[in-house]
Ligand binder design. Structure first.
Ligand code: MN
Ligand code: MN
Length: 360
């Protein structure tokens, strides 16, 4: 196997040879992240055998129930990455404030941001979960990072990716030259390149959205989804399928491997929030991966990677996947659209009215 497959370390070394002044720090950081992911994969796979299921009985800064594995996964990321001297600071979904690298360790030139365990409410039902990470350059290399250092648009990322803990554990990575998937061989504890150059088809007939929020959506989103649901009889002239796993990593991975479009749009459920997903360690890294695979990632109104963050735990509307679909959704947000008066009510009532259909 070693003679025919590329390991993650080999891949990174070959990649580094393209850069003249490569010091190896970046590679070490990615390998440290990969170690954290391998550790988490093992913990996740033991599940109830190790008493790791269930909540710890407290909520995190997001107001979400912390699962035992959220805490363990966060620790795995911190322990694997803080000591190496490659990073100047860390932001984690599970920590209110940026994590200061302990004084005992040297500070490096990168910032690391992560969601240590994405989809953790899926744990108890044994559905795929994952980890998401983003790497930025530290504005002040060699010294501890400040809060504002992390507020960089996603277009500044030097690397991003995720691990998915499913039937197999995979690491999916971009360093700005395409997207590559590695599968963990549990027996040797190594990630091997199995999915080079992942590409997202520009078109699709599969969309993913939490339809129960329909009444809170903006008219542009209702219009898009309604047109999909109308299928062959509607303006799209084709039938669509719908998927919803409710875990960002699993949704992103499905779209990377077989196409589709995902929407967690802005809604009016909680006026204080512009969306559900977190910009710095969910939308930005996934958006970078998706763009590098030929897809598009948007808030519905602008490119996600162009958004200037204002807070480390900021939420954002997030639409990504097949380029043509995301562009259509952006167009619908920009266009004026006279929505039928009762369009936010149940779909069957709305769809049964031929009157409105004729006027579109
Ligand atoms: Mn998450
Ligand atoms: Mn999480």
């Amino acid at each position: 196997m070693l003679s025919t497959r590329t390991t993650l370390a080999q891949f990174l070394i070959v990649e580094a040879r393209r850069h003249e002044n490569s010091t190896g720090e970046f590679n070490s950081l990615i390998l440290d992240v990969a170690l954290a992911c391998k550790t988490i994969a093992r913990q996740v796979s033991y599940g109830a055998l190790a008493g790791l299921h269930g909540a710890v009985g407290q909520t995190n800064v997001q107001g979400e129930q912390q699962q035992k594995l959220d805490v363990l996964a966060n620790d795995a990321f911190l322990r694997a990455t803080e000591w190496g001297g490659h990073i100047a600071g860390i932001v984690s979904e599970e920590l209110d404030e940026p994590y200061e690298i302990p004084a005992a360790y040297p500070k490096g030139k990168y910032l690391l941001l992560f969601d240590p365990l994405d989809g953790s409410s899926n744990i108890d039902v044994n559905v795929s979960v994952g980890s998401i990470f983003s790497v930025l350059r530290a504005p002040s290399p060699g010294v501890g990072a400040s809060y504002d250092d992390f507020l960089q648009p996603g277009s500044q990322q030097v690397a991003a990716g995720y691990a998915i803990y499913g039937p197999t554990t995979m690491l999916v990575l971009t360093v700005g030259r395409g997207v590559h998937g590695f599968t963990l061989d549990q027996t040797v504890g190594e990630f091997f390149l199995t999915h080079p150059d992942l590409r997202i088809p520009e078109q699709t007939a599969e969309f993913a959205i939490n339809h129960s929020n329909r009444r809170f959506w903006e008219p542009a989103v209702r219009r898009y989804v309604d047109e999909c649901l109308e299928g062959r009889q509607g303006p799209r002239d084709k039938d669509f399928n719908m998927r919803w796993i409710a875990a960002l990593v699993a949704e992103a991975h499905r779209i990377l491997t077989r196409g589709g479009v995902f929407l967690y749009p802005k809604d009016s459920k909680d006026p204080a929030r512009a969306g559900r997903l977190r910009l710095l360690y969910e939308a930005n890294p996934v958006g970078f991966v998706i763009e590098q695979a030929g897809g598009w990632a948007s808030t519905g109104r602008e490119r996600v990677l162009d958004v200037q963050p204002s807070e480390i735990h900021q939420r954002i509307a997030f639409v990504f996947g097949a380029r043509e679909e995301v562009e259509r959704i952006e167009r619908y947000h920009a266009e004026h659209y006279d929505e039928p008066e009762d369009a936010d009510l149940d779909l069957p009532l709305y769809a049964s009215r031929g009157l409105f259909r004729a006027s579109r």
